[in-house]
Design a protein around this ligand. Sequence first.
Ligand SMILES: *[C@@H]1O[C@H](CO)[C@@H](O)[C@H](O)[C@H]1NC(C)=O
Ligand SMILES: *[C@@H]1O[C@H](CO)[C@@H](O)[C@H](O)[C@H]1NC(C)=O
Length: 407
Amino acid sequence: MVLMGIIGICNAILLVAGLAWCSVLPSAAGQGPVFNVVDFGARGDGITDDTEAFVRAWTAACGARGSSATLLVPPFKSFLVGPTRFNGPCASTRTTVLVIGTITAQPASSWAWAGKNYWLMFYQVDGLTVTGNGGVLDGRGHTWWSNKCKDDTQNCIPEAPTSLVLMSCHNAEVSHLTSKDSPQMHIAVITSRTVSVTQLTITAPGDSPNTDGVHIDRSENVQITGSTIGTGDDCVSIGPGCRFVTVDGIVCGPGHGVSVGSLGKNGAMESVEHVDVKNVHFINTMNGARIKTWPGGRGYAKSISFTNINFTNVDNPVIIDQFYQDRGLPNMAAVALSNITYTNLQGTSSQKTAVDFDCSGIGSCTEIHVKYVAITASDGRATEARCRNAQGDTYGYVNPRIPCLIS
Ligand SMILES: *[C@@H]1O[C@H](CO)[C@@H](O)[C@H](O)[C@H]1NC(C)=O
Ligand SMILES: *[C@@H]1O[C@H](CO)[C@@H](O)[C@H](O)[C@H]1NC(C)=O
Protein backbone atom coordinates (compact mmCIF):
# COMPACT_ATOMS: atom_id res chain seq x y z
CA MET A 1 0.00 0.00 0.00
CA VAL A 2 2.81 2.39 0.87
CA LEU A 3 4.39 1.61 -2.44
CA MET A 4 1.23 2.27 -4.40
CA GLY A 5 0.98 5.65 -2.69
CA ILE A 6 4.48 6.47 -3.79
CA ILE A 7 3.76 5.46 -7.34
CA GLY A 8 0.76 7.74 -7.27
CA ILE A 9 2.85 10.65 -6.07
CA CYS A 10 5.56 10.00 -8.64
CA ASN A 11 3.07 9.70 -11.46
CA ALA A 12 1.63 13.05 -10.48
CA ILE A 13 5.08 14.65 -10.28
CA LEU A 14 6.06 13.15 -13.61
CA LEU A 15 3.00 14.47 -15.33
CA VAL A 16 3.13 17.90 -13.80
CA ALA A 17 6.82 18.64 -13.74
CA GLY A 18 8.32 16.08 -16.08
CA LEU A 19 11.02 15.35 -13.52
CA ALA A 20 13.32 12.39 -13.79
CA TRP A 21 11.61 9.39 -12.24
CA CYS A 22 14.68 8.02 -10.54
CA SER A 23 15.61 11.16 -8.67
CA VAL A 24 12.08 11.59 -7.37
CA LEU A 25 11.45 8.12 -6.08
CA PRO A 26 13.98 7.62 -3.28
CA SER A 27 13.33 10.88 -1.50
CA ALA A 28 9.58 10.58 -1.82
CA ALA A 29 9.74 6.95 -0.90
CA GLY A 30 12.09 6.55 2.00
CA GLN A 31 12.25 3.05 0.54
CA GLY A 32 15.99 2.69 0.33
CA PRO A 33 18.06 3.16 -2.78
CA VAL A 34 16.52 2.84 -6.25
CA PHE A 35 18.47 1.35 -9.11
CA ASN A 36 16.97 2.39 -12.43
CA VAL A 37 17.91 0.04 -15.26
CA VAL A 38 18.34 3.08 -17.52
CA ASP A 39 21.18 4.29 -15.30
CA PHE A 40 22.87 0.94 -15.93
CA GLY A 41 22.72 1.35 -19.70
CA ALA A 42 19.31 -0.02 -20.62
CA ARG A 43 17.86 1.70 -23.68
CA GLY A 44 14.24 0.64 -23.52
CA ASP A 45 13.80 1.16 -27.25
CA GLY A 46 12.39 -2.33 -27.83
CA ILE A 47 15.26 -3.11 -30.25
CA THR A 48 18.49 -3.03 -28.27
CA ASP A 49 19.10 -6.00 -26.00
CA ASP A 50 18.98 -4.71 -22.43
CA THR A 51 19.78 -8.00 -20.68
CA GLU A 52 23.26 -6.94 -19.53
CA ALA A 53 21.97 -3.66 -18.12
CA PHE A 54 19.28 -5.53 -16.16
CA VAL A 55 21.91 -7.85 -14.71
CA ARG A 56 24.14 -4.91 -13.71
CA ALA A 57 21.20 -3.09 -12.08
CA TRP A 58 20.19 -6.29 -10.28
CA THR A 59 23.72 -6.87 -8.99
CA ALA A 60 23.73 -3.36 -7.55
CA ALA A 61 20.20 -3.57 -6.06
CA CYS A 62 20.75 -7.04 -4.65
CA GLY A 63 24.05 -6.02 -3.12
CA ALA A 64 22.71 -2.86 -1.47
CA ARG A 65 22.69 -3.10 2.32
CA GLY A 66 19.83 -1.82 4.44
CA SER A 67 16.22 -2.64 4.96
CA SER A 68 15.26 -2.41 1.29
CA ALA A 69 16.42 -1.75 -2.25
CA THR A 70 14.50 -1.30 -5.49
CA LEU A 71 15.31 -2.16 -9.06
CA LEU A 72 13.22 0.15 -11.23
CA VAL A 73 11.97 -0.57 -14.74
CA PRO A 74 10.70 2.90 -15.63
CA PRO A 75 7.51 3.79 -17.53
CA PHE A 76 6.96 4.65 -21.19
CA LYS A 77 9.66 2.27 -22.43
CA SER A 78 9.91 -1.28 -23.66
CA PHE A 79 13.00 -3.20 -22.57
CA LEU A 80 14.07 -6.14 -24.71
CA VAL A 81 15.46 -8.83 -22.42
CA GLY A 82 16.59 -12.42 -23.01
CA PRO A 83 16.62 -15.28 -20.48
CA THR A 84 18.01 -13.92 -17.23
CA ARG A 85 18.66 -15.27 -13.76
CA PHE A 86 18.39 -12.86 -10.88
CA ASN A 87 20.29 -14.63 -8.15
CA GLY A 88 20.10 -14.09 -4.42
CA PRO A 89 20.57 -14.02 -1.60
CA CYS A 90 20.46 -10.23 -1.47
CA ALA A 91 22.00 -8.00 1.17
CA SER A 92 18.87 -6.10 2.19
CA THR A 93 15.80 -7.51 3.91
CA ARG A 94 13.47 -6.67 1.01
CA THR A 95 14.40 -6.39 -2.63
CA THR A 96 11.74 -4.91 -4.88
CA VAL A 97 11.58 -5.09 -8.64
CA LEU A 98 9.24 -2.28 -9.64
CA VAL A 99 8.06 -2.76 -13.22
CA ILE A 100 6.22 0.28 -14.51
CA GLY A 101 7.26 -0.01 -18.13
CA THR A 102 7.20 -3.10 -20.33
CA ILE A 103 9.72 -5.93 -20.41
CA THR A 104 9.64 -7.73 -23.75
CA ALA A 105 11.15 -11.16 -24.36
CA GLN A 106 13.62 -11.92 -27.11
CA PRO A 107 11.81 -13.85 -29.85
CA ALA A 108 12.10 -17.65 -30.10
CA SER A 109 14.68 -17.26 -32.88
CA SER A 110 17.25 -15.70 -30.53
CA TRP A 111 20.36 -17.81 -29.78
CA ALA A 112 20.08 -16.70 -26.15
CA TRP A 113 17.39 -19.29 -25.38
CA ALA A 114 19.63 -22.30 -25.94
CA GLY A 115 19.29 -24.60 -22.93
CA LYS A 116 17.08 -22.15 -21.00
CA ASN A 117 13.57 -23.03 -19.88
CA TYR A 118 12.91 -19.72 -18.15
CA TRP A 119 12.78 -16.08 -19.17
CA LEU A 120 13.02 -14.10 -15.91
CA MET A 121 14.08 -16.32 -13.02
CA PHE A 122 14.55 -15.21 -9.42
CA TYR A 123 16.62 -17.73 -7.51
CA GLN A 124 17.06 -17.83 -3.74
CA VAL A 125 15.89 -14.26 -3.18
CA ASP A 126 14.21 -14.09 0.23
CA GLY A 127 12.06 -11.00 0.75
CA LEU A 128 11.48 -10.47 -2.97
CA THR A 129 8.70 -8.24 -4.30
CA VAL A 130 8.01 -8.09 -8.03
CA THR A 131 5.38 -5.46 -8.55
CA GLY A 132 4.19 -2.87 -11.02
CA ASN A 133 1.68 -0.20 -11.63
CA GLY A 134 0.74 -0.91 -15.19
CA GLY A 135 3.92 -2.91 -15.72
CA VAL A 136 3.80 -5.58 -18.41
CA LEU A 137 5.79 -8.74 -19.08
CA ASP A 138 5.35 -9.58 -22.75
CA GLY A 139 6.65 -13.09 -23.46
CA ARG A 140 6.00 -12.93 -27.23
CA GLY A 141 4.67 -16.45 -27.20
CA HIS A 142 3.52 -16.16 -30.81
CA THR A 143 7.10 -16.63 -31.90
CA TRP A 144 7.16 -20.00 -30.11
CA TRP A 145 3.71 -21.49 -30.53
CA SER A 146 4.00 -22.01 -34.27
CA ASN A 147 7.11 -24.14 -33.61
CA LYS A 148 5.35 -26.43 -31.22
CA CYS A 149 6.56 -30.05 -31.51
CA LYS A 150 4.00 -32.17 -33.25
CA ASP A 151 6.20 -35.25 -33.37
CA ASP A 152 9.83 -36.13 -32.72
CA THR A 153 10.92 -35.94 -36.32
CA GLN A 154 10.23 -32.26 -36.69
CA ASN A 155 12.78 -29.58 -36.18
CA CYS A 156 11.01 -27.83 -33.34
CA ILE A 157 11.52 -26.29 -29.92
CA PRO A 158 10.72 -28.88 -27.27
CA GLU A 159 10.52 -26.78 -24.16
CA ALA A 160 9.49 -23.17 -24.38
CA PRO A 161 10.42 -20.97 -21.40
CA THR A 162 8.25 -19.95 -18.45
CA SER A 163 8.01 -16.15 -18.24
CA LEU A 164 8.49 -15.53 -14.52
CA VAL A 165 10.00 -18.13 -12.20
CA LEU A 166 10.41 -17.81 -8.44
CA MET A 167 12.66 -20.66 -7.38
CA SER A 168 13.50 -21.12 -3.70
CA CYS A 169 12.30 -17.60 -2.86
CA HIS A 170 10.75 -17.35 0.61
CA ASN A 171 8.59 -14.49 1.81
CA ALA A 172 7.93 -13.22 -1.71
CA GLU A 173 5.21 -11.24 -3.46
CA VAL A 174 4.24 -10.82 -7.09
CA SER A 175 1.58 -8.16 -7.59
CA HIS A 176 -0.04 -5.54 -9.82
CA LEU A 177 1.46 -6.84 -13.05
CA THR A 178 0.23 -7.95 -16.44
CA SER A 179 1.82 -11.03 -17.94
CA LYS A 180 0.88 -11.74 -21.50
CA ASP A 181 1.63 -14.33 -24.14
CA SER A 182 4.18 -16.36 -22.26
CA PRO A 183 5.97 -18.94 -24.45
CA GLN A 184 4.88 -21.58 -21.91
CA MET A 185 3.72 -21.13 -18.28
CA HIS A 186 3.31 -17.51 -17.21
CA ILE A 187 4.36 -17.71 -13.57
CA ALA A 188 5.90 -20.66 -11.74
CA VAL A 189 6.47 -20.75 -7.99
CA ILE A 190 8.87 -23.60 -7.25
CA THR A 191 10.34 -24.82 -3.93
CA SER A 192 9.29 -21.58 -2.24
CA ARG A 193 7.60 -20.73 1.07
CA THR A 194 5.21 -17.93 1.97
CA VAL A 195 4.45 -16.41 -1.39
CA SER A 196 1.64 -14.01 -2.29
CA VAL A 197 0.58 -13.63 -5.90
CA THR A 198 -2.07 -10.93 -6.15
CA GLN A 199 -3.74 -8.42 -8.46
CA LEU A 200 -2.42 -9.87 -11.68
CA THR A 201 -3.79 -9.93 -15.17
CA ILE A 202 -2.58 -12.92 -17.16
CA THR A 203 -3.60 -13.34 -20.79
CA ALA A 204 -2.81 -15.62 -23.71
CA PRO A 205 -4.97 -17.03 -26.50
CA GLY A 206 -7.24 -19.94 -25.56
CA ASP A 207 -5.46 -22.20 -28.06
CA SER A 208 -1.87 -21.40 -27.00
CA PRO A 209 -0.05 -24.54 -25.77
CA ASN A 210 0.77 -25.08 -22.07
CA THR A 211 0.44 -21.42 -21.14
CA ASP A 212 -0.73 -22.03 -17.53
CA GLY A 213 -1.39 -18.84 -15.58
CA VAL A 214 0.23 -19.66 -12.24
CA HIS A 215 1.85 -23.02 -11.53
CA ILE A 216 2.90 -23.98 -8.02
CA ASP A 217 5.30 -26.81 -7.37
CA ARG A 218 6.81 -28.18 -4.11
CA SER A 219 5.86 -25.00 -2.25
CA GLU A 220 3.93 -24.11 0.86
CA ASN A 221 1.91 -21.26 2.21
CA VAL A 222 1.12 -19.76 -1.19
CA GLN A 223 -1.80 -17.37 -1.82
CA ILE A 224 -3.08 -16.59 -5.30
CA THR A 225 -5.69 -13.85 -4.98
CA GLY A 226 -7.63 -11.14 -6.78
CA SER A 227 -6.54 -11.89 -10.34
CA THR A 228 -7.93 -12.30 -13.83
CA ILE A 229 -6.44 -15.20 -15.74
CA GLY A 230 -7.27 -16.35 -19.27
CA THR A 231 -4.85 -18.63 -21.12
CA GLY A 232 -4.55 -21.83 -23.15
CA ASP A 233 -4.05 -24.12 -20.13
CA ASP A 234 -4.79 -24.18 -16.39
CA CYS A 235 -5.51 -20.78 -14.83
CA VAL A 236 -3.86 -22.09 -11.67
CA SER A 237 -2.22 -25.50 -11.31
CA ILE A 238 -1.13 -26.93 -8.00
CA GLY A 239 1.52 -29.56 -8.50
CA PRO A 240 3.30 -32.16 -6.39
CA GLY A 241 4.60 -31.32 -2.93
CA CYS A 242 2.34 -28.31 -2.31
CA ARG A 243 0.79 -27.62 1.11
CA PHE A 244 -1.34 -24.77 2.40
CA VAL A 245 -2.29 -23.15 -0.88
CA THR A 246 -5.15 -20.65 -1.15
CA VAL A 247 -6.68 -19.55 -4.44
CA ASP A 248 -9.21 -16.78 -3.74
CA GLY A 249 -10.99 -14.29 -5.98
CA ILE A 250 -10.06 -15.39 -9.49
CA VAL A 251 -11.86 -14.90 -12.76
CA CYS A 252 -10.70 -17.77 -14.99
CA GLY A 253 -11.27 -18.12 -18.72
CA PRO A 254 -10.50 -19.10 -21.33
CA GLY A 255 -8.44 -22.00 -20.00
CA HIS A 256 -8.50 -25.41 -18.41
CA GLY A 257 -9.66 -24.36 -14.93
CA VAL A 258 -8.02 -24.61 -11.51
CA SER A 259 -6.28 -27.95 -11.20
CA VAL A 260 -4.72 -29.93 -8.43
CA GLY A 261 -2.22 -32.15 -10.24
CA SER A 262 -1.40 -33.86 -12.33
CA LEU A 263 0.06 -36.12 -9.66
CA GLY A 264 1.83 -39.46 -9.79
CA LYS A 265 3.26 -39.50 -13.30
CA ASN A 266 5.45 -42.54 -14.03
CA GLY A 267 4.49 -44.16 -10.73
CA ALA A 268 5.84 -41.26 -8.67
CA MET A 269 5.03 -40.93 -4.95
CA GLU A 270 3.57 -37.46 -4.51
CA SER A 271 1.48 -35.53 -2.02
CA VAL A 272 -0.63 -32.39 -1.86
CA GLU A 273 -2.60 -31.18 1.14
CA HIS A 274 -4.58 -28.23 2.43
CA VAL A 275 -5.63 -26.50 -0.75
CA ASP A 276 -8.51 -24.01 -0.54
CA VAL A 277 -10.02 -22.69 -3.75
CA LYS A 278 -12.75 -20.12 -3.24
CA ASN A 279 -14.62 -17.29 -4.91
CA VAL A 280 -13.70 -18.31 -8.42
CA HIS A 281 -15.72 -17.60 -11.55
CA PHE A 282 -14.99 -19.91 -14.46
CA ILE A 283 -16.11 -18.54 -17.81
CA ASN A 284 -16.12 -20.75 -20.94
CA THR A 285 -13.36 -22.96 -19.57
CA MET A 286 -12.68 -26.60 -20.42
CA ASN A 287 -12.70 -27.58 -16.73
CA GLY A 288 -13.63 -25.88 -13.49
CA ALA A 289 -12.64 -27.51 -10.21
CA ARG A 290 -10.33 -30.32 -11.26
CA ILE A 291 -8.16 -32.92 -9.56
CA LYS A 292 -6.09 -35.08 -11.90
CA THR A 293 -3.80 -37.99 -11.15
CA TRP A 294 -1.95 -40.45 -13.36
CA PRO A 295 -2.70 -44.15 -13.25
CA GLY A 296 -0.05 -46.04 -11.28
CA GLY A 297 0.95 -43.11 -9.07
CA ARG A 298 1.35 -43.31 -5.30
CA GLY A 299 0.96 -40.89 -2.39
CA TYR A 300 -2.04 -38.74 -1.58
CA ALA A 301 -3.94 -35.51 -2.09
CA LYS A 302 -6.12 -34.57 0.85
CA SER A 303 -7.99 -31.78 2.58
CA ILE A 304 -8.84 -29.90 -0.58
CA SER A 305 -11.84 -27.59 -0.75
CA PHE A 306 -13.66 -25.73 -3.51
CA THR A 307 -16.03 -23.10 -2.07
CA ASN A 308 -18.25 -20.43 -3.67
CA ILE A 309 -17.58 -21.33 -7.25
CA ASN A 310 -19.53 -20.00 -10.25
CA PHE A 311 -19.52 -21.61 -13.67
CA THR A 312 -20.56 -19.99 -16.91
CA ASN A 313 -20.75 -22.48 -19.78
CA VAL A 314 -17.97 -24.75 -18.50
CA ASP A 315 -17.33 -28.09 -20.26
CA ASN A 316 -16.49 -30.11 -17.12
CA PRO A 317 -17.38 -28.00 -14.07
CA VAL A 318 -16.46 -30.54 -11.37
CA ILE A 319 -14.04 -33.30 -12.23
CA ILE A 320 -11.83 -35.84 -10.52
CA ASP A 321 -9.81 -37.76 -13.09
CA GLN A 322 -7.62 -40.60 -11.84
CA PHE A 323 -6.96 -41.75 -15.38
CA TYR A 324 -5.23 -38.59 -16.57
CA GLN A 325 -4.07 -38.89 -20.19
CA ASP A 326 -4.37 -42.66 -19.95
CA ARG A 327 -7.30 -44.97 -19.58
CA GLY A 328 -5.10 -47.29 -17.51
CA LEU A 329 -6.34 -50.45 -15.90
CA PRO A 330 -9.06 -50.22 -13.29
CA ASN A 331 -7.85 -50.91 -9.74
CA MET A 332 -4.35 -49.83 -10.59
CA ALA A 333 -2.47 -48.00 -7.81
CA ALA A 334 -3.44 -44.35 -7.60
CA VAL A 335 -2.63 -41.21 -5.67
CA ALA A 336 -5.24 -41.53 -2.88
CA LEU A 337 -7.73 -38.68 -2.70
CA SER A 338 -9.52 -37.93 0.58
CA ASN A 339 -11.35 -35.18 2.41
CA ILE A 340 -12.32 -33.29 -0.73
CA THR A 341 -15.09 -30.75 -0.06
CA TYR A 342 -17.23 -28.89 -2.59
CA THR A 343 -19.48 -26.19 -1.13
CA ASN A 344 -21.78 -23.75 -2.84
CA LEU A 345 -21.22 -24.34 -6.54
CA GLN A 346 -23.56 -22.86 -9.12
CA GLY A 347 -23.90 -22.01 -12.78
CA THR A 348 -23.98 -23.69 -16.16
CA SER A 349 -22.31 -26.59 -17.87
CA SER A 350 -21.87 -26.76 -21.65
CA GLN A 351 -22.23 -30.55 -21.46
CA LYS A 352 -24.70 -32.87 -19.85
CA THR A 353 -22.18 -34.31 -17.37
CA ALA A 354 -21.62 -31.52 -14.87
CA VAL A 355 -19.99 -33.63 -12.16
CA ASP A 356 -17.56 -36.42 -13.00
CA PHE A 357 -15.81 -38.41 -10.28
CA ASP A 358 -13.73 -41.02 -12.09
CA CYS A 359 -11.66 -42.88 -9.48
CA SER A 360 -9.43 -45.83 -10.16
CA GLY A 361 -10.58 -48.25 -7.46
CA ILE A 362 -12.51 -48.73 -4.25
CA GLY A 363 -10.86 -46.63 -1.57
CA SER A 364 -8.93 -44.39 -3.95
CA CYS A 365 -11.39 -41.47 -3.48
CA THR A 366 -12.85 -41.20 0.02
CA GLU A 367 -14.49 -38.57 2.21
CA ILE A 368 -15.82 -36.60 -0.72
CA HIS A 369 -18.26 -34.05 0.68
CA VAL A 370 -20.58 -32.14 -1.62
CA LYS A 371 -22.86 -29.39 -0.26
CA TYR A 372 -25.23 -27.03 -2.08
CA VAL A 373 -24.73 -27.48 -5.80
CA ALA A 374 -26.90 -26.10 -8.60
CA ILE A 375 -25.45 -26.65 -12.04
CA THR A 376 -27.73 -26.65 -15.04
CA ALA A 377 -26.87 -27.12 -18.68
CA SER A 378 -26.21 -24.02 -20.78
CA ASP A 379 -29.02 -25.08 -23.11
CA GLY A 380 -31.44 -25.29 -20.18
CA ARG A 381 -31.59 -29.09 -20.07
CA ALA A 382 -30.91 -31.28 -17.06
CA THR A 383 -27.38 -32.18 -16.07
CA GLU A 384 -26.12 -35.43 -14.62
CA ALA A 385 -23.29 -36.76 -12.49
CA ARG A 386 -21.09 -39.67 -13.43
CA CYS A 387 -19.17 -41.55 -10.82
CA ARG A 388 -16.95 -44.53 -10.50
CA ASN A 389 -15.52 -45.68 -7.14
CA ALA A 390 -16.13 -42.38 -5.33
CA GLN A 391 -17.15 -42.52 -1.66
CA GLY A 392 -18.59 -39.77 0.49
CA ASP A 393 -21.75 -37.80 1.08
CA THR A 394 -23.88 -34.90 -0.06
CA TYR A 395 -25.66 -32.33 2.06
CA GLY A 396 -28.46 -29.93 1.22
CA TYR A 397 -29.64 -29.24 -2.31
CA VAL A 398 -27.38 -30.93 -4.83
CA ASN A 399 -28.22 -30.83 -8.53
CA PRO A 400 -27.25 -32.92 -10.42
CA ARG A 401 -27.84 -35.71 -7.96
CA ILE A 402 -24.67 -37.75 -7.35
CA PRO A 403 -25.76 -41.38 -7.12
CA CYS A 404 -22.56 -42.85 -5.63
CA LEU A 405 -22.51 -40.50 -2.62
CA ILE A 406 -24.72 -40.91 0.43
CA SER A 407 -27.27 -38.15 0.86
C1 LIG B 1 -21.48 -16.05 -8.05
O1 LIG B 1 -22.78 -15.68 -8.44
C2 LIG B 1 -23.55 -15.14 -7.38
C3 LIG B 1 -24.98 -14.94 -7.89
O2 LIG B 1 -24.98 -14.27 -9.12
C4 LIG B 1 -22.91 -13.84 -6.90
O3 LIG B 1 -23.64 -13.30 -5.81
C5 LIG B 1 -21.48 -14.15 -6.46
O4 LIG B 1 -20.81 -12.96 -6.11
C6 LIG B 1 -20.70 -14.84 -7.57
N1 LIG B 1 -19.39 -15.24 -7.07
C7 LIG B 1 -18.31 -15.25 -7.84
C8 LIG B 1 -17.06 -15.74 -7.19
O5 LIG B 1 -18.31 -14.92 -9.01
C1 LIG C 1 -10.62 -31.78 5.84
O1 LIG C 1 -10.21 -30.64 5.11
C2 LIG C 1 -10.48 -29.40 5.73
C3 LIG C 1 -10.04 -28.31 4.78
O2 LIG C 1 -10.72 -28.41 3.56
C4 LIG C 1 -9.77 -29.32 7.04
O3 LIG C 1 -10.11 -28.13 7.69
C5 LIG C 1 -10.17 -30.49 7.93
O4 LIG C 1 -9.40 -30.49 9.10
C6 LIG C 1 -9.91 -31.80 7.19
N1 LIG C 1 -10.41 -32.89 7.97
C7 LIG C 1 -9.71 -34.00 8.17
C8 LIG C 1 -10.41 -35.07 8.96
O5 LIG C 1 -8.55 -34.14 7.80
